[in-house]
Design a protein around this ligand. Sequence first.
Ligand code: SIN
Ligand code: MN
Length: 238
Amino acid sequence: MSDDALFPLELVQAEALRAGPRLVAPGAVHVPHWLSLEQQRWIVERFVEWTHGPVPLRAATLPGGHQMSVRTVCLGWHWQPYRYTREATDVNGLSVLDFPDWMVRLGRKAVATAYSSGGGVDDSLAELPASYTPDAALVNFYEHGATMGMHQDKDERSNAPVVSLSIGDECIFRFGNTQTRTKPYSDVQLRSGDLFVFGGPSRFAYHGIPKVLQGTAPEGCGLSYGRINITMRVTGMS
Ligand code: SIN
Ligand code: MN
């Protein structure tokens, strides 16, 4: 009997759903298979619209001149190393698209799912969802061996959680500690449709993407190659 017949995909997904949220560190929760394939396809369609502008996908240039291998389009606020602006002054000077209402609602659901059992901290995180109002999204597109070095998300003036959604190829998400870029860290395999939320004591943990596993995007997710990652954040700016 083939592996496919022995382990039909539906069964694997049902297993993952039963497994539910997995605590990676206090405040850092991985929820496998959170988005259905239909939801993933719908988000990929929105992604294609976002790339039509007014601000196109671009690889940010870091101080020192190194260009990132990931290309990004932003919603709500434009991120550039290392600040948020309303206009993409490092691209074409135009204002970025508004942060969509549906994404605020999705962000609240994400936080509710991740922290429904306390997020490994206490009930303070479980109280968050109703007030969680992300106002910036960085939408990253990884192709042709793109990676992301270990960094902290610390350009926000808020310590509200970061909500991360993955669609397309699988990747290794390295989730570390708040002190150093190096060990201790956990390597988490993020697959298409997975949710990862990091807040509370893990909000300023170093993290990065050392590897994307090319050609692993599941059929029906809407992407034939590459990986999309959406991170929602609360900038704390007005
Ligand atoms: C990021 O840290 O901004 C992106 C993380 C990811 O691609 O999963
Ligand atoms: Mn980050």
